[in-house]
Design a protein around this ligand. Sequence first.
Ligand code: HEC
Length: 130
Amino acid sequence: MQGPAVVAALAALGCAWPADAEAQRGRPGQQVSAQEYEGWRQYSVHCARCHGQDVLGNPVAANLRESASEGGPMAGHDAFVAVVRAGRPGRGMPAFGGVLSKEQSDAIYAYVKGRADGKIAAGRPARPSG
Ligand code: HEC
């Protein structure tokens, strides 16, 4: 290899290094608001086992991406949060009113609505800075 070619090859390598480091740490997650991030966390802990990881659905329970999408029965904040807090006794949906704070219920709605509207991608979002 001639001098200039070596320099070009090294420059190309240099450009690749940050991307490789990123890949080793895992793909960086999507930027979301602090509320949406908290919603993702709470959803993953309390809801995913029945409604599916990343709100992708699960035969066990309602598909919340459909429920919360435009025109769906749970598209509105109040309807969604009311079911979360009161549950549907006898139908397999537990009541979370004594488990989650109002802020946590609101955060879960923000996250699920973001998933339903196609605004938030599947996977772990980036932790908001600040
Ligand atoms: C133990 C399983 C289970 C867990 C955990 C669970 N759900 Fe449910 N959920 C259900 C089932 C089953 C239904 C459907 C009830 C019915 O047939 O009306 C449901 C229904 C719902 C509905 C109404 C959907 C619709 O279209 O009518 C919402 C909203 C909901 N769940 C939100 C949540 C949220 C948010 C969490 C976490 C805080 C959660 N659920 C945790 C089982 C669960």
